[in-house]
Every structure is written in C-alpha cells, then in structure tokens.
Design a protein. Sequence first.
Length: 395
Amino acid sequence: MKFLGKILKDEEGVSVLMVAVAIVVVFGFAVVAIDMSLIQLAKTQLQNAADAGALAGAVAMAMTSGSQADKEAAATAEAIRVCSLNVALQEIDRSVVITPDKVTFPQPNRVRVTTGTGDYVTTYFLKVLDPLLPNQEEITATAMAGTELLCGTDCLRPFCPPDRWADADSDGIYDPEEPYTDSDGDGSHDPGEPFTDVNGDSVWNPAEFYDPEVTGYRAPDDIGVQVMLKLLQSNKDFQAGWYYAVRFPPINSGEPWNPGANDYQMWIVGDSCAPYIVSVGDSLAFEPGGMIGPTDHGLEDLIAKDPSAQWDPGTGTVINSAYGTSPRIVKVAAFDPTIGVGDGPPRHVVVSKLMALFVEYHIKGDVVGRFMHTITDGVPGDCSWSFMYVVVLLE
C-alpha cells in the first residue's frame, strides 16, 4: 500500500505529459489555421472577382443601347472578361473562369455574378484531425451590382441651356400655357386630364407644352442626337438653343459664389473641377456679361486636349480618343423653360435636368455636341430622364 501511495504522489513526468498534450493542441490549431487561411484566401479572391465582374457588367449594361437582350449580352461578356483578369487559389493561383449561366439579371438594371474555384481547394491538415472530413473544399462567391440614375453631380461645365419643349409657333421663345397633367404621356392635353385654369374660363388654353420626360431631352431616346448651344451675348432674353454662362455653386446652397472669367474658363477646360454639387431644382446665377472670350478660349483648349476624338454614329460612341474617356465628354445642367429666367438679384435659372454631351466643335461661341450616357459620381434619385448613372455594389 505504501508503494502504491508513493506512485500516486509521484509528480515526476507530469510536465512531460502536459507538454505532449500542449503540442497536440497547438498542432491542431496550427493545421486548422493553415487550411482555413487557404480557404479564406480563395474566398476573398473569388469575392473580389465577383465584385469586379458585377460592377463591369452593370457599366456595360448601362452604356449599351438597344434591347434588354442586347444589354444583357454585353453585360455577360464584360463580366466574364473582367472576372478572368482576377485569380483565385486552387492548387495554384488560376484565372477565375465563369460561364454565361453564372451571370444573371434579377432586375433590368441589376447584374449578379457568381464565381467559384471550379476545381476544389485542397486542404492538407483538417483530415488529420477528422479522417471523415473531405480534403477538398469548393468555394463560391456572389456579388450583385446595378446602376442608379443621378439627380445631382459635381464638375459641371459652367453653361446652362434650356431643356427642350414643344415650340408650337417655332419662335424660339417659350410661351407659357395653363399647366396640365399629361396622364397618358402623349405630349398633348386630352379631355379629362386635370389642368390649372389660369383665366377661369373652365377651358384648357393651349400654348407650348413642356414635360421633362415627354418633351424635354431624355435618355436613352436622345443618345447621339446633335444639339447646338449658342452663347447668349446679352444674357437678357430667353431664346431656344442658347446657353447662359452660369456660376457655381447654386444660389440656394448657401455657399459663396465664384464669379469671374478665370474660374469660368478653367471649368470649361476641365483642368480644375467645379467642386460643387448641382441638383435638379437648384438655382444657378448668371455670370455678368456674355463671357464670349473666355468661352471661346476655354472651348479651344478643351478640344485641343483630344483633337482626334470623333463621334461614331454607327456605334453611338466616341472613337479615336487618346483617353479611355475623352475629356470632351462633359456634364451640363439644363434649365426649366416653364420658369424661364428669374429676375433675382441675381438673375438666374432653375435646373430641370443633368445632361452629358460629347463636344464636337465650336464656332464663335456656338457649341455643337452629342448627347451621351456617362457613368459618374453623384446623388442618386428618381430622375428617369437622366443621362448620368452611378454604379453601386448591392450585395
């Protein structure tokens, strides 16, 4: 009995046993960490590829004209191409290859991309801890991106044309009418459509109709349409096709204005961005005078940045540009012709729409351009007529 008690009380070798147990535990954590890090690395790489593919697909869909099928085909091809530029760990790093069925469209302006390793990621140590575990893991990742229309953005060029309206008498001047609700969207007043009876005669009196979607410039219908914007030398009268020299920021922003020929010309050229958000409904003050010289010089410098760029009516895109996106693609605001010119002070116009154009040429203040879609940053909103998009990851 004394011998047995001695053995039970003997603590020699306990430390060796504890070290042995600790080694097993540490080894277990280590092997799990190695394999889990491989899996996490593959997951991260696949997620990056899915994000990039979905964003690229959304851009392609937004910038492609034609039917929904045409847009989806372009988005699918671009998503596959961009995913292939990414790599993900399998046995080694390999390009991420997806098939067309991995690009889906939950909504008309949404693109979902699913990426996978194709081959399994081999795990080396987890099976040691549990022989029943497989030593290969299939990893997938999903991302969805889409476009949102913009109701506000910055870096606009400092001129502001009137939005298009139905110029019934072709005099180039907007003639106010009794406003009505165009319930069927046909651009004309029909019996039963509510109207404001300005003169109290219980009859709608027609003049010239304006609606930002029905009669105004709008995308995608007007993409590629050529428009002339003329410099209004006196800035006193409201005429069709003429633009006003305006200053930023909007009057209603509460920030100090930046009038002057230097800023005006600099913002036309685009070497410096006008860093003020301009949104639908904002009021823009006129620059004093016609700004003829600064306009001409600014436009000359702008076109000289990318002189070989041309509009291609066949593809509806800018070709022969020295840039990925030509600097001659500009953003401008249009004003609401029903409001016209506000007396102020200062004299001003109210923004009804944001537009993107490719500047083709100018002659003595006359500016000729083509309407375009463009992807940019800004304030999303319900502006169904907008020419500008922002692309966002949604999941």
